[in-house]
Ligand binder design. Sequence first.
Ligand SMILES: [Zn+2]
Length: 107
Amino acid sequence: MSCGEPHETDCSEILDHLYEYLDQEMPDQACEKFQEHFDECSPCLEKYGLEQEVKKLVGRCCGHDDVPADLRSKVMSRIESIRAGEAPAQESVDESDSSASPRKKLA
Ligand SMILES: [Zn+2]
């Protein structure tokens, strides 16, 4: 996925390390690179926003890293459809989720 504009940091590099950035495992210098890239590349910014939603959703759902398989597949299919340009990225993942499925809580 690319907006077609040349960037100092390649989109694939950004997306490859998106989780490290989200988990704040990046050195400061790399964070700056990411922020710069998000400023000028809306496809990557959308992807970043979506991953943030996923993280929030997962955190609220069970409070640890074990994601229930159905939630994970749901989220992944949503990411795939957004990646394919079939769904608006602005639509919030968690709002549409609340009524669609019973929330499974791990005891
Ligand atoms: Zn990009």
